[in-house]
Design a binder for this molecule. Sequence first.
Ligand code: ADP
Ligand code: GN1
Ligand code: MG
Length: 365
Amino acid sequence: MAYDFKTIISQFEIDGELVSCERYGEGHINETYLAVTEKGGVKTDYILQKINSKLFTNVPALMNNIRQVTEFNREKIKARGGNPDRESLSLVYTKGGETFYHCASCDGYFRVYKFITDAIAYQVVEKPEHFYQSAVAFGNFANLLAEFDASGLYEVIPDFHNTEKRFRDFEASLKADKLNRAKDIKKEIDFILSRKDYCGRIVNLLRSGKMPTKVTHNDTKLNNVMLDAKTGEYVAVIDLDTIMPGSICYDFGDSIRFGCNPAAEDEKDLSKVNFDLNLFDVYAKGYLSALGDGATKIEKDNLAFGAILMTYECGMRFLADYLDGDVYFRTHREGHNLDRARTQFKLIEDMEKLLPEMEKIVQKY
Ligand code: ADP
Ligand code: GN1
Ligand code: MG
């Protein structure tokens, strides 16, 4: 669908006139555009996003979370002499001071971010050093959130990483089997069903209070952190839609799920999908060093398992979406969600064999 980008972007406090607006990045949820404006021969890049309002049903509350977290980050960065426009995700407000614009004619919710310049969001780990940098970025981000007053945060998607709930949702999708796809994916379905025991482990620790509930990012993929294009050092953590109460095991686990696989998340050739224990070591080292004493024993004891759990949960979500007819994650080809689920299952099989070694690595740091 084409939108009237000129009108939309002109609602925001931007410099100049819009000269181009193209789809950008590889997120699965929002529609992201690179919007370029020009004033007196000077061009400025912005990130324009059409928020997925089917999923984020309360856009004002979502955006209020993002405002709180980004303003908090910006102050912290300023205080230490950094450049907040580059080191934090930063909102460009509307001319009326709002965090988003609702386009009545297209019923779209739009937001604008300052473009983080000279930085890259990688889709796969190209150099171990990059992965290390992303670990330090997310570890530091966890420390920052620990200082943040979370009482004003709205829980954007309740039960986001409640794997027991995700399992029930999966069962419901299987039962409905809207497109009659279940008959052809028996192996994948059995893979999920036979591992039901995984679901309760972390939610029960959180429920009983044995593991602390913390404010976490909840979507710590490598492509949600920007690394400096020249030095490879981390610049900023982005994609703050899912900041909510959770466990650091989820954040650690989701980074591992995405980054310890040298192939893409949707690779069709499963012989290329392997869990890389060296990359696990690299990430554990970076994350735990940045976290410092910010992790309890019970958290550390469950970090490695968190990687299996997040991969299992994500695989289950991809497969449920395949059964539902691909309505949640953006797909670009036939069977895309099924391919994504299969890579997750391959990684789980690898990790199940390597778990004792993964745990040893965590203990080492
Ligand atoms: P989604 O929720 O759909 O994943 P993201 O907020 O992660 O959307 O944005 C998608 C991609 O757009 C990112 O992976 C990154 O490449 C790019 N991106 C997002 N925000 C910025 C920004 N402020 N500066 C530069 N690039 C960005
Ligand atoms: C989605 O938005 P994006 O692409 O960074 C999803 C995550 C999944 C991920 C799988 C809000 O992340 O939970 O782990 O895809 N985000 C949401 O790649 O559901
Ligand atoms: Mg993203």
